[in-house]
Write a protein that binds this ligand. Sequence first.
Ligand code: NAD
Ligand code: ZN
Ligand code: ZN
Length: 390
Amino acid sequence: MKALCWHGTEDVRVETVPDPQIQDSRDVIVRITATAICGSDLHLYDGFMPTMEKGDILGHEPMGEVVEVGRGITTLKVGDRVVVPFTISCGSCYFCQRQLFSLCDTSNPNADVARKAMGQSPAGLLGYSHMLGGFPGGQAEYLRVPFADVGPVKIPAGLRDEQVLFLSDIFPTGYMAAENAGIESGDTVAVWGCGPVGQFTIQSAWMFGAGRVIAIDRVPERLAMAATHGRAEIINFDEHDVYDRLMELTGGRGPDRCIDAVGTEAHGHGSFDAVLDKVKAAVYLGTDRPHVIREVIMCCRKGGTVSIPGVYIGFLDKIPFGAAMNKGLTLKMGQTNVPRYHHLLLEKIQAGQIDPSFVITHRLPLEEAPDAYRTFRDKKDGCIKVVLTP
Ligand SMILES: NC(=O)c1ccc[n+]([C@@H]2O[C@H](COP(=O)([O-])OP(=O)(O)OC[C@H]3O[C@@H](n4cnc5c(N)ncnc54)[C@H](O)[C@@H]3O)[C@@H](O)[C@H]2O)c1
Ligand SMILES: [Zn+2]
Ligand SMILES: [Zn+2]
């Protein structure tokens, strides 16, 4: 089959590789009909994520048709249409029982590597490094889905791929980001980053009863989408000092709930800390560029909540932890517990409350994935979200 393989920083190639096989009785094989590129894939593309190996198949936002089922699978049959979450979860461990699917204790075969880096291992993830399982990803013609009786959500007839594809990751991720922010009715919610995750975070903040949403980015078409589709007030961080502007907009108090939907590859408008991060990351002295989380902590109102869907990787420098402590902030974060939100969000789509396809700007064949990665990373050609079809 054809698949998009990682070969190094900024080097991804469409190659012919062996078709996946059923390896366990709880596996299914899915023929991919649509598969997206995520901001998290950029951390692999840009070389921030360790334990990648040449030839690794990328992709963790796939959907398609079940073409083969393992002996132990009774919940799916050949011909079913499914969206596959990026998290791999066994469904029965301590964490899965508590719906903490991204923290599954059994799905990462390389848990000992992750344990060395993090103390304990989170769940295995599709197409996301060997430390997180070494599972081949879904930017391919076919995908093996482990524990297929837990993760995949069956799609009823009548819904287009583009309406449901983002149940694999970014819609639940935006929703969990808003949930983790602990939004109370009427709250002012500030969202850093107007990429696809930021857009779904903004949509979800309203669902949780926000009174105002303020969105921060510098890419004009992303800010425009936040303003029109997301009904957010916007701040362009190239034009304003974000702290000063947020204080102005909130009468000096700061936003009640602050959400970092940027993560490890933040840019700064020439700010000293952001320049230093860039230099350190470039010479492997720093694992992350955490400009946004610093700013979020400084801007959040006293007693407020910081929610972090943005991905961080290693050891972050110069985080104003004293500010977080003395201001009494609550911090919540994590990879998304995707299946936990499937039914709720599928219902919202079916009821016509949201059509997640609004973020899609580019529809391309899988063969064009290498160019699509660059276009998405560089925010060229108005690119906000790419959907690939094998
Ligand atoms: N927690 C999870 O389970 C989960 C799931 C999916 C994605 N993510 C993470 O969420 C983050 C966003 O994903 P995405 O797909 O939207 O990525 P993206 O790269 O398309 O979007 C990031 C946005 O942040 C903006 N940005 C950069 N520096 C900024 C700054 N200083 N202030 C404000 N905005 C700034 C960029 O211009 C860009 O629009 C990534 O870190 C990704 O890895 C996490
Ligand atoms: Zn993703
Ligand atoms: Zn589990």
